[in-house]
Each structure stands twice: as structure tokens, then as C-alpha cells.
Design a protein around this ligand. Structure first.
Ligand code: ADP
Length: 380
């Protein structure tokens, strides 16, 4: 930046046919001025012993005037008596004419520049040249500052992402492992326990520990999904995938005596990452969990344009309109009565769907009480 300022300074002196010049910047409240570049000749000719670089505006003489008067100042007969002059300190460079300008950003003066000792008079075209040059320099400096700020911001983001990765690792390894050990020993104790009271306590420990494990796993996978930007897609038959998902939930389905109807009976090819299964499994297991026993759940796929819409329809309690948008946020649970859950399932489902460029939502079941959860996916 110093090089650019030096270059602008040189051009300012050359374009206005001057022999000396300076560029200085102001602080926020315009009270102090910092000298940035001076002509070499000023430095050489100026023999004042204490060449300061920061000056209070109220104390400086002639070159404080464009700041105080907030306009360019031309003086072509400097040697004539001038009420603004605070006099040359002994040893100061000799000057016979000069032009000084303020540089504005909005209402604020951010810099000032001056040139002097032109062989002839300074006029409006010199004012224009100097102002344009200085405005250009200021804009460039601002842009530079903007880029640096962006860079800082990117660094901070990187650091906070690293923190998040670390936190996810801690979740996965340092919390999941001890919880697994607790589970192992509780299971052993449950197997050999004969006292009914103690058995109840052990089962409570086991249930809560399982909840903890489930929570850690979901939170870790949610945090991991947050750092993924792009995923790979392949052509997969989502109807086949849905049938397999129903198979994998057989135990849960049989336990509650549910009747799951998978309507699509041919291949429905889509561009997906295998992760999409997590979305289907979540919608399906929610439909099973939250419906009354022995109810129906219908899985269907509808096509429109370049998208498939997978629907999971249940005949359960349904979801109030005001709760519908909240469900997809982290840790939002509507009815916790008796049903186990972390409140992260739909948030994870939403994230995975978005990574696929799709949408997810819920509507009332038009046929009866209950809900229709839907997710859109790109066709292959
Ligand atoms: P979890 O099931 O672990 O609580 P989810 O994010 O999967 O978390 O679901 C959030 C909430 O949405 C649930 O707690 C439940 O209140 C509600 N919900 C989800 N699916 C259904 C459904 N099919 N019928 C009624 N309520 C549902």
C-alpha cells in the first residue's frame, strides 16, 4: 500500500507540475492527521530537527485549512502576508505557492493532500486532478481493507469449523465410548439381577443410557452434516430403497402391529447419495412411533417435472399448523408423551434433503386425521 501511495503522490506532483507534495490521513473524528508520504525534496529540504508524523489538526497551520474549511485551498502568492499562515518554522522547506485538498467519504474528511511550488499558478484543473487521484487512492485502500477483513473473517470461520470438528470427535469418541461401557456393564447386571426393585433401577439406567447414546450419535451426525458442502450422487432406485427400509424396521412395525403399504411397484430412479436412506427411515419410523398401534402407513412416490416426491402418510394424531414449520428445527419436539426421541431426526432429514437440492415438509392427511410428510428428490 505504501508503494501505491508513493506512486499516487508522485503522479500528483507530476500532473500538477509541482515540485513538492504530501499525502496525509485523518483519524475518525478528524482531530489528528497522520503524514503518509512526503516528497523527498520536502524531507531533504526540511531541516526541522523534530519531524513528527502525527499532528493535531487544530495546531497545524496552512495544511490544516482544507480540513477546517472543508474545501480545496489554492494560494498562488504565498509570500504575500496571509492571516492563515502560522509562519514557517526555521528550517522548513521554502514555498511560494500551493494547493491543498480534502478527501471526503460521505460527510467525513478521511485524507488530505497538498502540492506546492508550481512554476505558474494553480487552478481548478489542478484541483480536479489531485482530487481524482486521491479519491482513487482512498477507494483502493478501502477495497484492500475490505479484502483483508474478509480474509480475517474466513480465517475465523475456518477456526470455528475446526472447533466444531474437534467437538464432533469428542462427542463420537470421548462420550460415546464410556456410554458404551456403561451399557455393557448394565446389560451384564440386568442378566444376573434377581431382585425386582434393583432390576427396575438397572432398567432405568439402561433406558437413560440408551437415550444418551442415541443423542450423542444424532448430535454428532448433525454437526458432521453441517460441514459437508458437496456430496456425490449416483443413480439409485428409491422404490427399492424404501422397501428395504421397511424391511429394516420390521421389528418396530411388528411390535406395534402396523400395516405398511409401499405403493410403488416398479423402479423409480433418482440422483441420490445413499445418505438419503436416513431421511426415509426417519419419516417412516416417526410415522410408526407417533401413530396409534395397528394403524396404516402409506408410502408413495409421485413424479412431476424432473422431481420425485416421496410421501409418507400416517393416520396418527396429526400436527397443528403452528408446529409444522418448527418440527424441522433442532431439538423441537411437539408431543413428548411416552415416545422416545431426540428431536434431531427431522433436522437431520432436512439437512440431508437440502444437500440433495430437495425440499421437505409436512401437510395434514387429506383423507383422515394424520400427517403426510413429503420430500422432493431429483430424478436420475
Ligand atoms: P424425535 O422423533 O426424535 O422427537 P424428530 O425430529 O424426528 O425427533 O421429530 C420431531 C417431532 O415431530 C417429534 O418429537 C414429534 O412431536 C413430531 N412428529 C414427527 N413425526 C410425526 C408424525 N408422523 N406424527 C406426529 N408427530 C410427529
Amino acid at each position: 500500500m505504501q508503494q501505491i501511495a508513493d506512486f499516487v503522490h508522485e503522479q500528483a506532483v507530476r500532473l500538477t507540475q509541482s515540485t513538492i507534495g504530501y499525502i496525509a490521513f485523518l483519524n475518525e473524528d478528524e482531530s489528528y492527521l497522520t503524514m503518509h508520504t512526503w516528497s523527498n525534496s520536502v524531507m531533504q529540504e526540511c531541516t526541522i530537527p523534530d519531524k513528527k508524523f502525527v499532528y493535531p489538526v487544530e495546531k497545524i497551520g496552512l495544511w490544516g485549512e482544507p480540513i477546517r474549511q472543508r474545501k480545496p485551498i489554492i494560494v498562488n502568492d504565498y509570500l504575500a502576508p496571509d492571516p492563515l499562515k502560522k509562519g514557517f518554522p526555521p528550517g522548513h522547506v521554502e514555498m511560494f505557492n500551493y494547493l491543498t485538498i480534502p478527501v471526503f467519504e460521505g460527510e467525513r474528511i478521511v485524507a488530505t493532500a497538498g502540492v506546492g511550488n508550481k512554476d505558474g499558478d494553480y487552478d481548478r484543473s489542478d484541483v480536479r486532478q489531485l482530487t481524482l487521484l486521491m479519491q482513487g487512492l482512498w477507494n483502493l485502500m478501502q477495497r484492500r481493507e475490505g479484502i483483508e477483513k474478509l480474509r480475517d473473517h474466513a480465517d475465523q470461520l475456518k477456526k470455528s469449523n475446526e472447533m466444531k470438528d474437534l467437538f464432533t470427535d469428542i462427542l463420537r469418541h470421548d462420550l460415546l465410548n464410556p456410554a458404551g461401557v456403561v451399557k455393557g456393564y448394565t446389560d451384564i447386571l440386568i442378566e444376573s439381577e434377581e431382585d425386582e426393585e434393583r432390576m427396575k433401577i438397572l432398567q432405568t439406567i439402561d433406558r437413560n443410557n440408551e437415550k444418551l447414546i442415541e443423542m450423542i450419535k444424532s448430535a454428532a451426525s448433525f454437526a458432521k452434516l453441517d460441514t459437508i458442502e458437496n456430496i456425490e450422487f449416483k443413480d439409485m432406485d428409491i422404490a427399492l430403497m424404501l422397501r428395504k427400509n421397511v424391511e429394516s424396521l420390521k421389528l418396530q412395525i411388528d411390535e406395534r402391529g402396523m400395516d405398511i403399504e409401499v405403493r410403488p411397484d416398479s423402479a423409480y430412479m433418482a440422483k441420490v447419495n445413499p445418505m438419503i436412506e436416513e431421511v426415509f427411515v426417519n419419516l417412516l419410523s416417526n410415522a410408526i412411533k407417533y401413530s396409534p398401534e395397528k394403524e396404516r402407513v402409506i408410502i408413495d412416490i409421485l413424479g412431476s417435472g424432473d422431481e420425485w416426491t416421496v410421501t409418507v402418510t400416517d393416520f396418527g394424531p396429526g400436527i397443528a399448523d403452528e408446529d409444522k414449520p418448527k418440527l424441522f428445527e433442532r431439538f423441537k419436539r411437539v408431543d413428548k408423551s411416552g415416545v422416545k426421541g431426540t428431536g434431531l431426526g427431522l433436522a437431520i432429514a432436512k439437512k440431508i434433503t437440502e444437500l440433495h437440492g430437495g425440499h421437505i415438509g409436512v401437510e395434514d392427511n387429506p383423507a383422515a386425521k394424520g400427517s403426510v410428510f413429503w420430500v422432493t428428490i431429483k430424478k436420475a
